[in-house]
Design a protein around this ligand. Structure first.
Ligand SMILES: Nc1nc2c(ncn2[C@@H]2O[C@H](COP(=O)(O)OP(=O)(O)OP(=O)(O)O)[C@@H](O)[C@H]2O)c(=O)[nH]1
Ligand SMILES: [Zn+2]
Length: 202
């Protein structure tokens, strides 16, 4: 196994531009950038934004770090309740929830922590939930060569809660199915019955 460290950069590739953008954003409200409480805010916000979009600076090879192991087990592996935080690409407001990932191995299995790392890598980009689910599924298929992979994500979208339609209890479930899950109803049902039911938001 390689010793390549996971990239954990806390800033965007152009951090200064990000700070300047936050300055302009704050100024657009009419607030003074000199008010003591706001003096360091552009820098802090840029750093936070860098964290929330860190996934652009990661790639699958680094995140998986060769943690794929031989196994003769071909039955369902279900990694459930992986919490995630993302930003919707339409409003750049958070959406957050939990992911459940099931897969059917074919000779090799993935290190368990890597499922969460893969979810985080794609979640820390500007996203829509449906694409996030698909990207996670495809990545697991790519790194394991498994027989099938199924992803369910349940999320609450701040752009639907804090503004706009203002619905506090609506949640969205997205699914992505690849390989045998695309056509095998028995496998789909086994996975879907094993996935926890989503509770209403808050
Ligand atoms: N399918 C999908 N839509 C999303 C996601 N995140 C946000 N949206 C939606 O993106 C849409 C953007 O719609 P627009 O009419 O262009 O923007 P808007 O005027 O801000 O829309 P409202 O939110 O309805 O006020 C909204 O319906 C959002 O709910 C997501 O992850 N998946
Ligand atoms: Zn949105």
């Amino acid at each position: 196994m390689s010793n390549t460290p996971i990239i954990t950069s806390e800033t965007t590739p152009n951090h200064q531009q990000s700070i300047e953008s936050y300055r302009q954003l704050i100024a657009s409200t009419g607030e003074s950038l000199l008010r003591p409480g706001l003096v360091d805010t552009p820098m802090r916000a840029a750093k936070a934004f860098g964290h929330l979009t860190q996934g652009y600076q990661q790639n699958l090879d680094e995140v998986v770090n060769d943690a794929v192991f031989p196994s003769t087990n071909r039955e369902l592996v279900l990694v459930q309740n992986i919490e995630f935080y993302s930003l919707c690409e339409h409003h750049m407001l958070p959406f957050h929830g939990i992911a459940h990932i099931g897969y059917l191995p074919d000779g090799q299995v993935l290190g368990l922590s890597k499922f969460a790392r893969i979810v985080d890598m794609f979640a820390r980009r500007l996203q829509i939930q449906e694409n996030l689910s698909e990207q996670v599924a495809q990545a697991i298929m790519d790194v394991t060569g498994c027989r099938g992979v199924a992803v369910v994500m349940d999320a609450s979208h701040m752009c639907m809660m804090m503004r706009g339609v203002s619905k506090q209890h609506s949640t969205t479930r997205s699914t992505a199915m690849l390989g045998e899950y695309m056509h095998d109803n028995q496998a789909r049902n086994e996975f879907l019955n094993a996935v926890p039911k989503r509770q209403p938001a808050f």
